[in-house]
Design a protein around this ligand. Sequence first.
Ligand SMILES: C[S@@+](CC[C@H](N)C(=O)[O-])C[C@H]1O[C@@H](n2cnc3c(N)ncnc32)[C@H](O)[C@@H]1O
Length: 276
Amino acid sequence: MNYLSSGKSLIKKLLPKKWVSACGEFLYRQLPKKQDSLFFLLARVWYTILGDKLNARKMRILGIARPYSMVGRNGLVVTYDLAESLEQKQIQGAFVECGVARGGCSAIMALINAHHKSDRITWLFDSFEGLPKPTAEDEFNPAEFTPPGDRHSSDVQEGCCLGTYEEVSALMFSKLKFATDRVRLVRGWFQSTLHREKNNIGKIAFLRIDGDWYESTKCCLENLYDALAPDGYVYIDDYNSCIGCKKAADEFMQKRGIQAKLISDRRGGAYFLKSS
Ligand SMILES: C[S@@+](CC[C@H](N)C(=O)[O-])C[C@H]1O[C@@H](n2cnc3c(N)ncnc32)[C@H](O)[C@@H]1O
């Protein structure tokens, strides 16, 4: 037995798996946000040494996605965990992201899909022109709503959060080498693309809504919620950070009598499971 493997089995004996993950989680929360990529790399090496393949894969995928996403580490981790759990539970249906920007979260969803060799398609919807203008519904009124996040209409401009079609194509098809029939990029405003494509998408297992505004969120829910499979997830990235987004989601859930419990992603978004 060489030094490496005896060291590895010693660590494993001394530290049960749960503790290793808890220590990793603790250290991860202490690192400054800008160090995410470094953290994912170190954590990947650590898990590889311990032979924890699942977590090593998670850190590899998060490390790939981080430079292309604006959602921050908790958002990436929650996106990963939800997509992975849908694969583990073999929930049928597509993965859909509405609001792709430079493609970080979408890359996570497509990489998990590819790892499991499932036959689902990852659909990516965006204007690829950045955010549209907010509407009156997005106006921030501190007396009405204090977002735990830090964004609202007055400090986010039209055209903000831009990722271009060319950038995202390069990431998906040149860098990550997905087949064009596994990852579909749909360019245009949700208001015209979702209605047109919803029959082509079919069942949805994971609906990730990241369009910031009232009209964008409303449009995604109205067009795509009915296609969500039982036990599928809806993840609303701006639920706790953009007033219009929250309003659209609350109105939709009330109108449809959806009782699901929204779970915070601890950064400004929330998700829920469609009960079976
Ligand atoms: C905050 S960014 C998305 C961040 C991304 N999910 C990530 O991982 O970094 C919001 C995106 O939503 C898109 N968007 C918002 N409303 C839209 C609409 N009505 N139609 C099309 N795209 C929209 C914007 O173009 C922008 O790329």
